[in-house]
Design a protein around this ligand. Structure first.
Ligand code: MF3
Ligand code: CO
Length: 256
């Protein structure tokens, strides 16, 4: 069963998501050639702390390993869960995915985006555009009466029609008091399958799209997921609230 949030939980989800979005927007402004991914992660850590939140990634446990950084920073062929490093200096022509997950007042906000570093190759620019559009194509399907598979199918169809491929191993997810709740939201699948979408679900929709093949593998650090063929990969994510009047994106920076 997909959890349904009560009004208090929704109120807190709004706040957590606004914090996550604010951190992401400010980190994005700091991306430039010459900065290390370690420095970007430290900027994220400081922003999260200054907003009274906690990184939900830091210490996150998977297969007995704890995630060591505060944000996930994935460069070029890195798909997700890249760990900031002093050795990784961003260069003109790179792309970088920033994934920020915070806990605030007991609830989680989760969002991600991919940005160019300086001037990038045209097909890579297309990859970023298509992945962001795919996120919104998926969000549009998060309407009452649809099923989770309608999101999956719409994203897959959109992406594959443009010659890119969908990562299979990682999927979107429900989000609430914990980072990963039911349901899983694959970015590939069949229409009219999976659980029905009802009002007051909070869903993290997050297409991960590769320029080349869909295969990925994990590096020996136990976290960094890369494309097997070394092709660039992009990732965009929002946390969305389902309502009777359509999906509402919660991960929007608070006006300030
Ligand atoms: N947005 C990612 C997810 O939903 C964040 C993972 S945090 C990490 O899985 F701790 F695994 F790095
Ligand atoms: Co997520």
């Amino acid at each position: 069963m997909i959890p349904i949030k009560n009004p208090e939980a929704i109120r807190r989800m709004r706040e957590a998501c606004a914090v996550a979005a604010t951190v992401l927007a400010r980190m994005k402004e700091q991306v430039r050639p010459g900065i290390t991914t370690y420095d970007l992660d430290q900027i994220g850590r400081d922003l999260i702390a200054s907003l009274g939140a906690r990184s939900a990634c830091h210490g996150y446990q998977l297969h007995s390993r704890r995630y060591p950084a505060h944000t996930c920073l994935s460069v070029n062929e890195e798909v997700v869960h890249g760990i900031g490093s002093l050795k990784r200096i961003l260069r003109d022509g790179d792309i970088i995915s920033l994934d920020v997950v915070v806990e605030y007042n007991g609830f989680i906000g989760d969002n991600a985006l991919t940005v160019p570093v300086g001037a990038i190759a045209p097909r890579t620019a297309e990859l970023l555009k298509v992945t962001e559009e795919a996120l919104h194509v998926g969000i549009k399907q998060a309407v009452i009466g649809n099923r989770i598979g309608d999101i999956s199918h719409a994203v897959q169809t959109f992406v594959e029609a443009r010659g890119f491929s969908i990562v299979r191993e990682m999927v979107g997810h429900g989000v609430g008091r914990t980072m990963h709740e039911e349901p899983q939201i694959p970015n590939f699948g069949r229409r009219n399958t999976g659980e029905k979408i009802r009002p007051d679900m909070t869903l993290a929709i997050e297409p991960m799209v590769n320029l080349g093949g869909y295969a990925v593998r994990t590096l020996s650090d136990g976290w960094t997921v890369v494309t097997t063929d070394g092709s660039p990969s992009a990732h965009f994510e929002h946390t969305v609230l389902t309502t009777d009047s359509g999906p509402e994106i919660l991960t929007i920076p608070r006006a300030s």
